[in-house]
Ligand binder design. Sequence first.
Ligand SMILES: Cc1cc2nc3c(=O)[nH]c(=O)nc-3n(C[C@H](O)[C@H](O)[C@H](O)COP(=O)(O)OP(=O)(O)OC[C@H]3O[C@@H](n4cnc5c(N)ncnc54)[C@H](O)[C@@H]3O)c2cc1C
Length: 376
Amino acid sequence: MSFELEPAYLKLQHEARVFARSIEPLAKEADESSEVHPGVLAALRKSGLCGLMVPAQHGGRSTRPDPLAICLVREALMATSSHADSLFALQGIGSYAITVAGSPEQRAQWLPRIARTEALAALALTEDNAGSDLKAVATELRVSDDRLVLKGSKSFISNGVSAAFFVVFAREGSGYSMVLVPAATPGVSVTPSPILIAPHVLGEIRFDNVLLPPDARVGKVGQGLELVLATLGIFRVSVAGAAVGLAQAALEEAVRHTRTRVQFGRPLAQLGAVAEMLADSHTEIEMVRLLTYRAASRAIDDPAAALHQSSMAKLAASEIASRVVDRCVQMMGRFGLIRHSKIERLYRQARAMRIYEGASEVLRLGIARELVRQVP
Ligand SMILES: Cc1cc2nc3c(=O)[nH]c(=O)nc-3n(C[C@H](O)[C@H](O)[C@H](O)COP(=O)(O)OP(=O)(O)OC[C@H]3O[C@@H](n4cnc5c(N)ncnc54)[C@H](O)[C@@H]3O)c2cc1C
């Protein structure tokens, strides 16, 4: 049993860290914008990292998307720029249903462009009245003559205002289906979502009786929920990776500050309560990093079986990131409160992670249910 990353993962981690450092000068501006930042997008495209999101057969970098590789990249990107992290993550989250269940034509049309970051992807699940309760969606897909018709609206969709296509989760008959809708299709309209405390590229999408060809479904009729679960199987744990990166970046800011700022004749880092906060944060980050890497490496072979651990990793990492960044602000005193400083940005960015891709409370329900089922 080894707890060390294998050489190929260490190499990728190094590549992602070098890339993250290269975009550091753009991060402040990009992370405060609700639009895609052209500089970060161009750099991400040049890096080739989005090739990790697509099978090699369609222009990607590995046989299939590897959750541990994706985790490592998100950890490095999030430590520098939530915008870069989000652009990277969405290329996978928005296209994975096509990878696993798309038709040969859908795969050939979109996946190579996703790998090259020439088209931005989006996964549209959430609606005004359907957040955690995904089955409450009202968007409807129906067959009319030889066409599919999509009617409804989606809310808070990452990349919404910039995506080339949406993979849309909709009610169809008594079940749920996924359908691929190019953004330029007549009847599709997009407006920006409200600006968040930590800005994010988000859109509100309307589908006004959008006519689609009969082969626009991704997968079969009624396969929608299964494809959402498949996507979570690979990508939920990657939110944990990003949260670990955020927590580590916050802790490093606090270390740099507290080892040089002197109060009561000593660096803050040596004062009891501050040393305690540094030590607790360091320990919690290490704990959750291990949990995250383990869940991610289990998800490589069997994403569905690993989902329980991925949920635990996402829950723990996002909660710990919030706790760590809060302590870091505390340790930095008034300097932790300066608007648009790195620590203040991380403080705001941590908050959303406990809500998207499964709110903590909803994850706890699932984790408890599985625990009760497992104990003999
Ligand atoms: C930055 C960002 C990006 C996003 N990107 C996308 C995207 O790309 N695509 C997409 O489809 N959606 C996206 N979303 C939406 C996101 O998926 C939802 O916000 C999330 O599913 C939670 O839904 P909600 O916000 O409607 O909260 P609600 O479902 O209204 O829940 C509110 C709170 O109630 C509690 N709660 C809910 N259900 C339960 C329960 N069963 N038991 C106990 N407590 C409960 C939790 O505390 C929860 O935080 C994004 C959101 C954000 C913030």
